[in-house]
Design a protein around this ligand. Sequence first.
Ligand SMILES: [Zn+2]
Length: 271
Amino acid sequence: MPELPEVEVCRLGISPHIIDQQVAKVIVRNAHLRWPIPDDIHSVVSLPVLSIDRRAKYLLLRFSTGTLLLHLGMSGTIRVIEQDTPVAKHDHFDLVFQHGKTLRFNDPRRFGAVLWLANDEDKLGLLTKLGPEPLSDDFSHGYLFSKAKNRKVPIKTFLMNNHVVVGVGNIYANEALFQAGILPTAKAGDINEQRFNKLTDIIKQVLSAAIKQGGTTLKDFIQPDGRPGYFIQTLMVYGRAGQPCVNCQTKLDEIRQSNRSSVFCPNCQQE
Ligand SMILES: [Zn+2]
């Protein structure tokens, strides 16, 4: 599943190719994504893309009359390709630009989304009530501690809650808690401010490192048949259950929390 770093790398990858470019045509091959692609998506024809923002894992293509929202869901990919590139299976949506390039959305599992927010009106409320961006100054020392006060929920579940902070998916929650020395099962409200501040710094570090590493895959976003990187990263715990801890060689343990895998070192991580 694409996580925040992949979406940010996607934004960086496609931006230079489509910002300031005018849409010539919109092609909807299959409107049945997580929500149906609305008919008014065609209203972007002849308008230029002013900018591309990201909020949580939503890509927001800004036009003068509204915002085209894209979400990659579980399996979505976006590429900028030449207009005459043959259509492949699961290529549901194209934004064809006047300069000959096409932004193509492919999504085998169709949990992704392509929506039009006329005048930036967010009828589904997708962008409201979201917590701060983890790489922004709003996600600062003291924030998690104050947010966690009296919360009995496990810290990992707490971190993955979009109302607390956006974009800390399963992989990065595992990695950050390992590096911060906090057990994923620790109660959020029991963690002191100092440990929360360390965790905040580490979350910023692991996400920034992933984005930086993903930058090496940027070329894939303009290749006709390259799979744009859901990049393989150097992970210390995620996917390594049963293997030795990189710090102390203790065998890494694995449990399920909210139906997601939590891998941790029972020696290096504490309540
Ligand atoms: Zn260890």
